[in-house]
Write a protein that binds this ligand. Structure first.
Ligand code: MG
Length: 252
């Protein structure tokens, strides 16, 4: 960890109300070819459990996964807040609060994407509460490119759909909510004075770009980012969380 990041960590550890809002895949859990196999690193989970026990300290997972999916792999403890589908669904402890969706438009979108990638090896369409994702992690690079191009062409006449290009995934959504909206909603819910947000993928950049001056944004991995701070991988981020848990315990 850089000296600048260590200093920032000490600063947010002393915030009145602190919200720790984190992307899951690639941040808390190492990326897997099979998304169902993703699990949080034990060190990350231990640190988050400790943080969530502290006064005026909230823990939230902010994922592109649908809420049911996030619940299944995320192993969230009672009291943790969940934002799924990039902020289109929340579980703030009182059950799921989904944004309304046009089911006819969703079915049409899924049908178009399935036709577009039909017969391409290693491409998987995931149905999401507000749209669908075209996964190409298990395809070769050429097939992945053809699948994305075909998927984009299949929805060319639907400019109102939100397209998100992530690592080995194209997500198409009927909702325009982003992870920035998710973090703002969680900030209001928890009345936080400062937010720690970390993410590894393109869709996390919305949230990193919208952070407030007293927040701390951390990029995990080597991809381009607007964040001023970076760690190399989920293992390094777990160490950061453990450090934050110790600093916060001493501060509150
Ligand atoms: Mg991620």
């Amino acid at each position: 960890m850089s000296a600048e990041l260590a200093a920032e960590l000490r600063r947010v550890a002393g915030a009145g109300g602190l919200l720790i809002a984190l992307d899951f895949d690639g941040v808390l859990a190492p990326l897997q070819d099979d998304p169902d196999a993703s699990r949080m690193l034990p060190a990350a989970r231990d640190a988050l459990l400790a943080l969530a026990e502290l006064p005026r300290t909230s823990v939230a997972l902010v994922s592109g996964r649908g809420l049911d999916d996030l619940r299944a792999v995320g192993e969230a403890a009672p009291g943790w807040l969940l934002a799924g589908s990039h902020g289109q669904e929340f579980d703030l402890g009182e059950g799921v609060v989904p944004a309304p969706v046009d089911e006819g438009a969703r079915a049409d979108l899924i049908a178009r994407l399935e036709r577009a990638v039909d017969g391409l090896d290693g491409i998987r369409i995931e149905r999401k509460p507000h749209g669908a994702a075209v996964h190409s992690r298990t395809a070769d690079a050429d097939t992945a490119e053809r699948a994305q191009a075909a998927a984009v062409a299949a929805i060319e006449d639907l400019p109102e759909l939100k397209r998100r290009f992530g690592r080995d995934v194209l997500e198409v959504s009927l909702s325009t909510a982003t992870k920035a909206d998710a973090v703002e909603a969680l900030r209001r819910e928890t009345a936080a004075d400062a937010v720690l947000f970390a993410g590894d993928d393109v869709t996390d950049e919305d949230a990193l770009a919208a952070l407030h001056p007293l927040d701390l944004g951390v990029k995990v991995g080597a991809a381009e980012t607007v964040a001023r701070h970076r760690v190399s991988d989920p293992e390094a981020f777990s160490a950061l969380l453990a450090e934050l848990a110790a600093l916060r315990a001493a501060a509150v």
